[in-house]
Design a protein around this ligand. Sequence first.
Ligand code: AMP
Length: 282
Amino acid sequence: MTTVTTVKELKVLLADARSEGRSVGLVPTMGALHAGHASLVRRSVSENDVTVVSIFLNPTQFNDKGDLERYPRTVEADCALLQSLGTTIVFTPTVAEVYPVPDTRVFSYSPTDTVMEGAYRPGHFNGVCQVVSKLFDMVEPDRAYFGEKDFQQIAVIRRMVADLSYNIQIVPCPVVREESGLAMSSRNTLLSADERATAAAIYRTLERSRAFASSHSVAETRDYVVRNINSVAGLEVQYFSIVDGDTLADVASWDDAPSVVGCITVFCGATPIRLIDHIRYR
Ligand code: AMP
């Protein structure tokens, strides 16, 4: 495994690989790696000759500066994990390396990037598109791996890939969960043990709502989830939207779209920490 910090070094390594006809997989991350990230890396290592993992805490996607400051940073442990997984190249650029000049590009993929996370974190997906497009241009991967944990992010990136005609296969990877069902997230380390146990009610409720949904309407199911999660001390739903899994537009009935997904964001604990999850209804 080679660790590089500059685009120049990265391009030299990748030019060598490409001249030998080797395929390249990219796994973009913000570090504080856990088993969810590891599943993406394993998948890339199994499907490509070369796997590039970027660790870059991208400031342009944080609309809340406190969230950026609190974000856990564990680069040494991250690199040890990546080495054990068979990663070829770790790319850990500075902010100045990624943004030598301010990025003024505007990406606009309404409604995909304006609903849910887009509505509650203004500018978030613009920052995601800025950094992911830069990583795509720097690495020019054959495949790029993203977790379904960030369900909306994948939909936005698919729109960007279509818009900018990237010849890159987007590979969605299933959510990796803790034993309690809580979706793994770098932000979980900011929760106390008690808060972590409390947060397990999010997915437990989403799972139960699947059975509830089979005999109730979309509106009733939405109320069921919000009511049950809000009844747990220490949890507060920011939004729960039941949407078309492709366009992310709200659905009024279960038959409105071939794929229907419930996307939720919940505040947990004293700080509070923002946790996201989703469930597929059909
Ligand atoms: P992040 O470091 O949070 O930007 O995440 C980097 C990538 O890992 C994104 O594509 C995430 O969706 C993915 N990821 C994060 N947590 C999980 C998880 N629990 N299961 C699967 N993928 C995940």
